[in-house]
Design a protein around this ligand. Structure first.
Ligand code: PGA
Length: 251
């Protein structure tokens, strides 16, 4: 059985004060939730204070990106080792906003993936098609190639903690969600690709998250799908009550 993972991606939102207020409120709301892994990914600058606020609870903290070198003259970058040392346990890699605005490619996704694993951060590798890809019937080709290239060189021994997030680009921040059936179809395809790469056991154990306008009113039907093992939540994770509702999904 795959334990669901629900991750909040705060993107570039919140002040330090707001992070503190959120943590106080949120942690007390979700302390009893045991059957789902809970992850918060704030901007880098809040990883340490949020990890401290969550210490002793089951709420985990992750980063929204990592750089692939351990250290060096790379002005403005943050390494996976640094993030691990301040309390991060996960890292989001290859988010479509990184691909769209910061020239992220499957090749750089691959470098960040290895750096994360080396630093003992659990990678959440994001894949997803654009509206144009979908309308021209290329969804599976695009997703398949993002996975094969993003995970290139990864051995089965390193793949067991990996998480994949399917985020159709046209559904992120737009209010348009893939229907549960559309999402399930792609998740099942991703599991087939993973089976081809790493074998059935790893594929059956791998968590595949859905992301793109996940809210309290669509999480239940998404989580009811066989191959949807959690969610990567942007906007609706910024508010403690709305994120709590998502964590208390039924399905
Ligand atoms: P959204 O973002 O929930 O605001 O659509 C999801 C994401 O980008 O991970």
């Amino acid at each position: 059985m795959r334990k669901p993972l629900i991750a909040g991606n705060w993107k570039m939102f919140k002040s330090l004060d707001q992070v503190g207020t959120f943590a106080d409120d949120f942690i007390s709301r979700v302390l009893d939730i045991e059957n789902t892994d809970i992850l918060l990914c704030p901007p880098y600058v809040y990883v340490q204070s949020l990890a401290q606020a969550c210490e002793g609870t089951q709420v985990m903290v992750g980063a929204q990106n990592v750089f692939w070198e351990d250290e060096g003259a790379y002005t403005g970058e943050i390494s996976a080792l640094m993030l691990k040392s301040i309390g991060a346990e996960y890292s989001i890699i290859g988010h479509s906003e990184r691909r769209q605005f910061f020239h992220e490619t499957d090749e750089t996704v691959n470098k960040r993936l290895f750096a994360s694993i080396k630093a003992d951060l659990v990678p959440i590798v994001c894949v997803g098609e654009t509206l144009n890809d979908r309308e021209s019937g290329k969804t599976f080709d695009i997703i398949g190639s993002q996975i094969r290239q993003g995970l290139e060189g990864l051995g089965s021994d390193m793949a067991d903690t990996l998480v994949i997030a399917y985020e159709p680009v046209w559904a992120i921040g737009t209010g348009k969600t893939a229907t549960p059936q559309m999402a399930q179809e792609v998740h099942a395809y991703i599991r087939t690709v993973i089976t081809g790469l790493f074998g059935k056991e790893i594929a059956q154990n791998m968590r595949i998250l859905y992301g793109g306008s996940v809210k309290g009113d669509n999480i239940d039907s998404l989580m009811a799908q066989d191959d949807i093992d959690g969610a990567l939540v942007g906007g609706a994770s910024l508010d403690a009550a709305s994120f709590e509702r998502i964590l208390r999904f039924k399905g």
